[in-house]
Write a protein that binds this ligand. Structure first.
Ligand code: NAD
Ligand code: UDP
Length: 330
């Protein structure tokens, strides 16, 4: 029997690649998205495909469950993947309450859909649950160092609550669940204007604008190319481990190193300019991926240089086609 998977946030950057892979392997996909930070263009190639359906809906809205049921028309769901949430700091800081709602109310409503059908529930959590970490690299057993009332807490605590709720459903109802902690992921279909560092640097370099370094640029991040990331997500979805499991590339770079690489690969002579560091910006971030390696047989294969080359090629083409311009915000 063909499997049916609901992908909440499926018109976003990561979610749209997930939809592609699920369709490629023969599943029915119901993509649910309110297009707040995603765009229909990300799934344009899938629209009209007989196995793909799109529902424009807010997963935290009171009428969401009925709307999805009606859309499913009696079809049973095999898996519910919850990737709906703003992910870029400027985006979640712009919509703090929505961000808390999608991690709390949205997670609850999607968990209920999974429970009713006995489906597997998959939560896209984040390395941000580790906050500004005091353990480095970050292992899944580390509880994190999050400022619960800081600006970033709307995202961090929303995801921490979503993890807690998911585990409560697992323990209370024996719901089959998977939790992934995604580390910084980049690649084609990110929005040029979404404010994350990889897109900012590439967009600035390609347009010959100054590269904005926040703070002194010595903070580190670990960047995973989207194809590797999605392969890891699906290995977790299919595999035997509940999680949480870190999925990210352990290569660790300072923001100054990232800027230098982007300048080299784009051949840009943009200057570096220094801007204030956002509040509670983590100093370091690198995943320990022993769990994913051991239990899922997963390892990233695309290093930063190659991933950036592919991403820059995609942004160059998008810029030339005029499709990398900021979208109209809802
Ligand atoms: P994105 O903003 O491109 O995608 C999120 C999608 O969710 C968008 O299409 C948006 O319109 C949709 N959405 C937001 N709120 C919604 C709501 N209430 N109802 C329905 N749809 C809603 O971000 P992304 O980078 O693709 O991130 C996808 C998921 O992965 C998010 O849950 C994010 O927290 C998680 N994650 C991503 C990264 C990363 O580096 N990309 C890192 C850690 C975690
Ligand atoms: N950053 C930067 N310049 C930018 C955007 C971001 O130096 O134009 C920094 C940011 O302060 C953080 C890192 O790059 O230290 C990664 O930021 P991003 O928003 O991509 O993701 P985060 O890991 O903070 O969620």
């Amino acid at each position: 029997m063909t499997r049916t998977t609901v992908v909440a946030g499926g018109a976003g950057f990561v979610g749209s690649h997930v939809c592609d892979r699920l369709i490629e392997r023969g599943e029915q996909v119901v993509c649910v998205d309110n297009l707040s930070t995603g765009r229909l263009g990300n799934v344009l190639d899938l629209i009209g495909h007989p196995a793909f359906r799109f529902l424009d809906a807010d997963v935290a809205a009171p009428d969401f469950t009925d709307a999805l049921r009606e859309h499913l028309g009696g079809d049973r769901v095999d898996a519910v993947m919850h990737l709906a949430s703003p992910a870029s700091p400027p985006e979640y800081l712009r919509r703090p309450i929505d961000t808390l709602d999608v991690g709390s109310i949205g997670t609850r409503q999607l968990l209920e859909i999974a429970r009713r059908d006995g489906a597997r529930f998959f939560l896209a959590s984040t390395s941000e649950v580790y906050g500004d970490p005091l353990v480095h690299p970050q292992v899944e057993t580390y509880w994190g160092h999050v400022n619960p009332i800081g600006e970033r807490s709307v995202y961090d605590e929303s995801k921490r609550f979503a993890e807690a709720l998911t585990m409560a459903y697992h323990r209370t109802y024996e719901l089959d669940v998977r939790i992934v902690r995604i580390f910084n992921t980049y690649g084609p279909r990110m929005q040029a204007a979404d404010g994350r560092v990889v897109t900012n640097f590439i967009d600035q370099a390609l347009r010959g604008r100054p590269i904005t370094i926040y703070g002194d640029g010595s903070q580190t991040r670990s960047f995973c190319y989207v194809d590797d990331e999605v392969r890891g997500l699906l290995a977790l979805l299919d595999g035997p481990v509940t999680g949480p499991v870190n999925i990210g590339n352990p290569g660790e770079f300072t923001m100054l190193e990232l800027a230098a690489l982007v300048l080299e690969l784009t051949g840009s002579d943009s200057e570096l300019v220094y801007r204030p560091l956002p509040s509670d910006d983590p100093r370091v971030r690198r995943p320990d991926i022993s769990l994913a390696r051991e239990h899922l047989g997963w390892d990233p294969s695309i290093e930063l240089r190659e991933g950036l080359e592919r991403t820059i090629a995609w942004f160059t083409a998008a810029l030339e086609a005029g499709s990398a311009e900021p979208r109209i915000r809802r």
